[in-house]
Design a protein around this ligand. Structure first.
Ligand code: ATP
Length: 576
């Protein structure tokens, strides 16, 4: 299994904080978006009185009126224009802030779920993909929420209001608009289905390419050593080509949807213009409720016709945002979906008991999935307080699994684990884990200084604690040599043994540390380095309970007791 030092308490806190706040903040974001949409819709509707005043002014001038006749209407138009742009700007700002708040909320939720996912979960998303969804794709939610949602409300409200103003002037103009308008949403919906599918495929391809790149970058040395550079480059080209094709498909649909809408909007406005023009020329004498259409009425209708289609055109312009945004939401939700998670999501601090705890395992049963065989079945083990135990056993016998279950990194299938008199449950796991350290085969070393890598930004660690930890881990000389120079990514600059001693130093900084779980800490090390790591580990474990899974007889010999985890199987095989 993967080896990593963990301080799960910070993650637990984040998760529980987020969990509590999800519903209330989600509601606030929706409320903000609705308010923003209403403001923008109101701004659009203000064009109706503006158009009315404009038509009246032109009518008065045509009737021979002077400047005095149009002064007040002109002032009204100016005032309404100012109100319209203020409302529009305020709505836009509000929508943007609400959308960003919603994005942050969803990101936090997905990150908290990811941080609590079990290291034993095989179905966890690839790191590159998770980064791509959280960092890049999630941003697509902002234009979707801040532009599409208000545009949709506008498109469903504003044309109806405009229609209500045109109908009393000319029933035929209202009828033309009424028939032209529904064609647009119908075509948009037809295209929308395809757009969303294409967007989802494109996001999957983007995530896949990111995951592939990160994976291959990590394995660059292996790729070079095995002369697989060309094959990898070809595969990269194929992946990039597939992403290109999918991006072009999305763009094609986006252009098509705009073209369809522009066509219908142009036809609608043209028909109104023809009707108004011929009415004013006296060629058409019907379509109004009383008498003939005059210049003021004709102009009023003409000015409102493009405004009738405007919200629909706006909706079409952001139609692509919807497809991309919903696909991004789906990807984020999938990231936040439940997988196998570590036990205990409650906010908890480490248990106060200062003594090293005893560990009792009763009738433990565990399997990774319902359809897989049991890795541990009816397993019993008693470890005394402060005891150092070596777990031995053939590869695959379940040593690492047992350590993980003791740390509460996955829910057990049956039985119970009692640590220092407290049963390991979802409620107690976080607090118990606060007193544990995990030392694996390959600790992850972050790019940064050695001291930074040891303290890991944990609260309450003084520089003095880091020096003591360096001493415990016998890493003082290496740290001195490095000074404040940073280590490279993934611990470049440290030998395997030094990286392990760094993990031991990290553990030594935990003042609540009472249990050390070490998973093959001396694997892949030469005898001399293995001996150094063993000494560091024993210094750390002094006065604490230690369980070490190992194949190393020298390390096992330094423990108080050794236990073969597959003893039953070995005995059964011997009897046969
Ligand atoms: N994350 C996982 N998901 C599903 N099955 C797993 C997972 N990790 C281990 N297994 C399976 O569980 C069994 C026990 O594995 P485990 O890693 O605990 O053995 P181990 O004794 O530590 O082996 P080794 O000495 O090689 O490290 C193996 O059959 C393995 O294939």
């Amino acid at each position: 299994m993967g080896s990593a030092f963990f301080d799960a308490r910070d993650r637990q806190e984040a998760a529980s904080r987020d969990g509590d706040a999800v519903s209330s903040r989600g509601g606030a974001a929706n409320g903000g978006l609705r308010k923003a949409a209403m403001l923008q819709a109101l701004a659009s509707v203000l064009w109706i009185p503006q158009a009315g005043l404009l038509a009246v002014s032109v009518g008065r001038i045509a009737d021979g009126g002077g400047l005095a006749d149009v002064l007040w209407p002109a002032f009204g138009i100016l005032l309404l224009g100012f109100a319209k742009s203020s409302l529009d700007a305020a709505g836009g700002r509000l929508a943007f802030h609400a959308a960003r708040a919603e994005l942050s909320r969803r990101r936090r939720l997905a990150a908290a779920t990811l941080s609590l996912s079990s290291p034993l979960d095989r179905t966890r998303p690839a790191s590159g993909k998770a980064v791509s969804v959280l960092g890049e794709q999630a941003e697509l939610i902002v234009p979707y929420l801040s532009r599409f949602q208000p545009a949709r409300l506008k498109a469903s409200l504003v044309p109806l209001v405009i229609l209500a103003f045109i109908l009393p002037v000319s029933w035929i103009a209202a009828l033309v608009l009424l028939f032209a308008a529904p064609l647009i949403p119908v075509f948009m919906a037809l295209i929308g289905w395809r757009a969303q599918a294409a967007s989802e495929k494109q996001l999957v391809a983007t995530g896949g390419l990111n995951g592939f790149l990160l994976d291959r970058l990590r394995g660059l040395a292996t790729i070079r050593a095995l002369d697989a550079v060309d094959a990898t480059a070809l595969r990269l080209r194929a992946e990039a080509q597939s992403l290109r094709t999918r991006t072009m498909a999305v763009l094609k649909i986006a252009f098509l949807s705009s073209a369809v809408l522009e066509l219908f909007a142009a036809l609608g406005v043209a028909m109104i213009a023809v009707y108004v023009g011929f009415s004013l020329l006296g060629e058409i004498g019907f379509g109004t409720w009383i008498g003939r259409l005059d210049l003021t009425e004709g102009l009023f209708i003409l000015l409102l016709a493009p405004a009738f289609f405007e919200p629909l055109r706006e909706l079409s312009a952001v139609w692509h945002d919807r497809a991309a945004g919903e696909a991004a939401l789906k990807a984020l939700d999938a990231l936040a979906a439940d997988g196998l998670s570590i036990r205990g999501s409650a906010d908890a601090s480490a248990l106060a008991d200062a003594t090293a705890p005893a560990i009792r395992i009763d009738n433990l049963a565990f399997r990774y999935a319902g359809d897989e065989p049991f890795v541990l079945d009816d397993f019993n083990l008693d470890i005394a307080a402060g005891e150092h135990l070596a777990l031995l056993g053939a590869s695959g016998s379940g040593k690492s699994t047992l350590l993980s279950l003791t740390a509460g990194l996955a829910p057990i299938t049956g039985g119970r684990i009692v640590i220092g008199g407290t049963e390991l449950t979802d409620d107690s796991a976080a607090a118990l884990r606060g007193g544990m350290a995990w030392i694996g085969q390959k600790p992850h070393v972050f790019a940064g200084t050695i001291a930074g890598n040891i303290a890991l930004g944990r609260l309450g660690i003084a520089p003095g604690d880091v020096s003591t930890a360096l001493e415990t881990a016998r890493l003082g000389r290496v740290a001195e040599a490095y000074g404040s120079r940073p280590l490279g990514e993934a611990g470049i600059g440290l030998s395997g043994g030094e990286a392990l001693r760094l993990a031991i130093a990290r553990a030594a900084c935990n003042r609540h540390l009472k249990i050390i779980l070490a998973d093959e800490p001396t694997a892949h090390l030469d005898a001399e380095t293995a001996a150094e790591v063993t000494e560091s580990l024993l210094s750390l474990a002094s006065g604490r309970t230690l369980i070490v899974a190992t194949h190393d007889p020298l390390l096992a010999a330094r423990m108080h007791r050794t236990l073969r985890i597959d003893a039953d199987i070995v005995m059964r095989e011997a009897a046969e």
